[in-house]
Design a protein around this ligand. Structure first.
Ligand SMILES: NC(=O)C1=CN([C@@H]2O[C@H](COP(=O)(O)OP(=O)(O)OC[C@H]3O[C@@H](n4cnc5c(N)ncnc54)[C@H](OP(=O)(O)O)[C@@H]3O)[C@@H](O)[C@H]2O)[C@@H](O)CC1
Ligand SMILES: Nc1ncnc2c1ncn2[C@@H]1O[C@H](COP(=O)(O)OP(=O)(O)O)[C@@H](O)[C@H]1O
Ligand SMILES: [K+]
Length: 537
C-alpha cells in the first residue's frame, strides 16, 4: 500500500526534528536521496555520469536547498552543474556547497530568461527545485516564463534531457493535486519522507512521472494517510478465494440492472466483467430483448424480467447503459438502493437516485457525470448552501476536491473515473489507483469496471474481518472495494492491451489471469506443491 500525505501533514511530522535542530540532517538525507536517484536514472538509460550536464532550477526555500545540495553531490561525481536561481536568493549553505563543488550560478531575470531556457533545455538532467511543500499558488514572473518556455520545448520534443522534480513538480499543490500552470512535467519525482497527495491526484499526477520516495527519518511521526493506493500485493491479500466447501450462493450473487434498447451491449459488458471477477452467480433483470442478448453472450447469467424485491442477491449493479426514458429499469435501480444492500450505481442511474444515499452505495461517475451530479445537488431545494457547482473542466482541475465534495453531499462512496481513478468515502477516506493504460479510454470500459466492482461487492461486502485484518476500518470497506475493483480493471486493461489498442470485452477476458498472477504474490516462495498431493500421471 502506498500512503500519501498533505504538505501540512509532512511539515507537522518534521516539526519535532526541526525543533531538535535536525533540519540540516533532514536536508542532507533528502538531497543525497535526490542525487542518488539522478545517478540511477542516468545509469538506467545507459548514459555516462562523468561529464553529464545537470541544470538545477532553484527557488529560495528549502526545496531549492535540496536541489542545490543534490547538484553539489553530482558535481563531486564529475557532472557539469549549473544552477538557475529563480528568486534572486537561495538557501545559503546549499548555495555555498554548490559553489564549492564547482557549480556555476546564474540569476534568472526577464532579460536572460530565453538564453537560460536554451541552456537548460540542452542539459542531460534538469532538476526542478523551485517550489516544494511551502508553495502558495503557482510560479510567477521570470520563473513562470522559464518553465513555460521549457514546457513548450518539451512538447515539441526539443528537450532530450531527463526532468526530475524535487519533492513535487513546482506549481502542483501538494495537498490537492491542483496544478497552477505552467508546470514542468517530470519523468521522475523524488519525494521526501512519503508521497504527497498532489502526486496521486490529477492533474498533479499528470506532471509527476514515476514517483520515488526517499525516507528521511521522520516517517514514524506521520499520521493516518490522507490518501492510499493499493499495490498488487494488497490485492493478493484482499481479493477473495473460494473455500473448499464454497458454493455459488456462498461465493456471492450479483444482481445486474443495466442495458436498454439503445445500449444493450452495456448489460453484456457489465455481466462479463462480473463473471470474470468471480461472482458466484449473476442474475440479470431487464427488458426481454436485452436479456436475450445477455443470454447469447453469457449463458452463465440467469435472466428474468422480475422485480428487485423478488431477486435474492448480495449486491446490485445498476445504471450502465440506461437512459432517462428507461422508467422500469430506473425504478429497479431505486429499489436496489432502497434495499440497503451494497450497490454500484453507474451512468444512467446517477441522475435518477435520491440526493442523499449511504456509504454502501458506490457512485462511479467520470468527470462529466460528476459535474452534472454536483450541479443537480447544488440546485436541490434541500441543499441551499452548496458552493457553486463545477463544470467538467473544473472537476478535471480539482479531481480530489470534486470527489470529496460529492461524497460529503451524497453520503455515498464516490469513485471518479479517469487516468487516475479516485475513490472518496463519505467518512473522508481516500484511495487513488493508476494501474491502467490510456488504451482503457474505450467505449464500454466503464461497464466492465462496474461489473468487476459489483462482483467484488457481492463477494466481499459482508466480509468485515478481511478488511479489519488488513488495517482498513470495516465502515470504510466500500471505498476499499471500489479501489480494489479499479486496480483490477486497470491491471487487466494493461495486460490485455500489451501496449496496443483495446476493446472493452478484452478487459474482462484478462481479469482471471491477472487475478491468478496477483494471488501468487501472497504465497510463500518455494512451496509450490502440497507434499500430500501426488502429481497426476
Ligand atoms: N523542512 C524540512 O526540514 C525539510 C524540507 N525539505 C524540503 O523543503 C521543502 C519545503 O521548503 P520550504 O518550506 O522552504 O518551502 P519551498 O517549497 O521551498 O518554497 C517556499 C519558498 O518559496 C516562496 N514561495 C512560495 N510560493 C511561491 C510562489 N508561488 N512563487 C514564488 N515563490 C514562492 C516562499 O517565499 P515567500 O513568498 O513566503 O517570501 C518560500 O521562501 C520541501 O518541499 C522539501 O523539498 C526537505 O529538505 C526535508 C527537510
Ligand atoms: N487515459 C486513461 N488512462 C487510464 N484509464 C483510463 C483513461 N481514460 C479512461 N480510463 C478508464 O477507462 C474507464 C472508462 O470508463 P467510462 O468513461 O465510463 O467509459 P464508458 O462509458 O465508455 O464505459 C474508466 O475505468 C477509466 O478510469
Ligand atoms: K519542486
Amino acid at each position: 500500500m502506498i500512503s500519501a500525505y498533505t504538505g501540512t501533514q509532512i511539515r507537522a511530522a518534521e516539526q519535532p526534528f526541526l525543533a531538535a535542530g535536525m533540519g540540516d540532517v533532514l536536508m542532507q538525507r533528502a538531497s543525497h536521496g535526490l542525487a542518488n536517484a539522478v545517478v540511477r536514472e542516468l545509469q538506467a538509460r545507459s548514459r555516462r555520469l562523468y561529464g553529464a550536464s545537470v541544470a538545477v532550477l532553484a527557488g529560495k526555500g528549502n526545496n531549492g536547498g535540496d536541489g542545490l545540495f543534490a547538484a553539489s553531490f553530482l558535481a563531486a561525481r564529475g557532472m557539469r552543474t549549473t544552477a538557475i536561481l529563480t528568486a534572486g536568493t537561495a538557501h545559503a549553505e546549499a548555495l555555498a556547497a554548490f559553489e564549492r563543488a564547482g557549480g556555476r550560478v546564474h540569476l534568472l531575470a526577464d532579460s536572460n530568461a530565453s538564453q537560460l531556457a536554451a541552456h537548460v533545455a540542452g542539459a542531460d538532467v534538469v532538476i526542478d527545485a523551485i517550489l516544494g511543500t511551502g508553495a502558495r499558488g503557482g510560479l510567477r514572473g521570470a520563473a513562470a516564463g522559464l518553465v513555460r518556455g521549457l514546457s513548450r520545448g518539451r512538447l515539441a520534443s526539443g528537450m532530450p534531457g531527463i526532468v526530475v522534480a524535487c519533492d513535487i513538480p513546482s506549481g502542483v499543490d501538494a495537498d490537492t493535486g491542483e496544478a497552477h500552470a505552467p508546470v514542468l512535467s517530470a519523468d521522475l519525482t523524488v519525494t521526501f519522507a512519503a508521497a504527497k497527495v498532489g502526486l496521486l491526484a490529477d492533474p498533479g499526477a499528470d506532471h509527476a512521472g514515476r514517483i520515488h520516495v526517499v525516507p528521511i527519518g521522520i516517517e514514524d511521526e506521520l499520521p493516518w494517510p490522507a490518501i492510499r493506493r493499493f499495490e498488487p500485493v494488497d490485492l493478493a491479500r484482499l481479493l477473495p478465494q473460494p473455500g473448499r466447501r464454497s458454493h455459488k450462493y456462498s461465493r456471492g450473487v450479483l444482481g445486474v440492472v443495466a442495458g436498454s434498447a439503445d445500449y444493450p451491449g452495456a448489460a453484456v459488458l457489465a455481466c462479463r466483467g462480473a463473471l470474470a471477477a468471480g461472482a458466484g452467480m449473476v442474475r440479470y433483470l431487464g427488458p426481454p430483448e436485452v436479456a436475450d442478448l445477455v443470454r447469447q453472450s453469457c449463458p452463465e447469467v440467469v435472466c428474468s424480467t422480475g422485480s428487485v424485491a423478488e431477486t435474492h442477491v448480495q449486491a446490485w449493479l445498476v445504471g450502465s447503459g440506461m437512459g432517462p426514458g428507461d422508467t422500469e429499469q430506473l425504478r429497479r435501480a431505486r429499489d436496489a438502493v432502497e434495499s440497503g444492500l451494497p450497490v454500484i450505481a453507474d451512468a444512467g442511474a446517477l441522475p435518477a437516485l435520491p440526493a442523499v444515499l449511504a456509504p454502501q452505495v458506490i457512485l462511479t461517475p467520470h468527470a462529466g457525470e460528476l459535474a452534472v451530479l454536483l450541479q443537480r445537488l447544488a440546485s436541490s431545494p434541500d441543499s441551499p448552501d452548496f458552493d457553486p457547482a463545477p463544470d467538467r473542466t473544473a472537476v478535471e482541475s480539482s479531481t480530489l476536491g470534486a470527489a470529496r465534495h460529492a461524497a460529503v453531499l451524497t453520503e455515498a462512496t464516490v469513485l471518479l473515473k479517469g487516468a487516475t481513478t479516485l475513490v472518496a468515502s463519505p467518512f473522508q477516506d481516500f484511495y487513488s489507483q493508476a494501474d491502467g493504460t490510456a488504451w482503457l479510454a474505450t467505449a464500454g470500459s466503464g461497464d466492465v469496471l462496474a461489473g468487476i466492482i459489483g462482483a467484488l461487492l457481492a463477494q466481499l461486502g459482508s466480509d468485515v474481518g478481511r478488511f479489519r485484518d488488513a488495517g482498513i476500518d470495516p465502515d470504510e470497506r466500500w471505498a476499499a472495494i471500489a479501489a480494489l475493483g479499479a486496480s483490477l480493471h486497470g491491471l487487466a486493461g494493461a495486460a490485455a492491451s500489451g501496449g496496443g489498442p483495446l476493446t472493452a470485452g478484452r478487459i474482462s477476458d484478462a481479469v482471471p489471469d491477472v487475478w491468478y498472477k496477483v494471488s501468487l504474490l501472497s504465497k510463500p516462495a518455494g512451496r509450490k506443491r502440497n507434499s500430500h498431493t501426488h502429481p497426476l500421471p
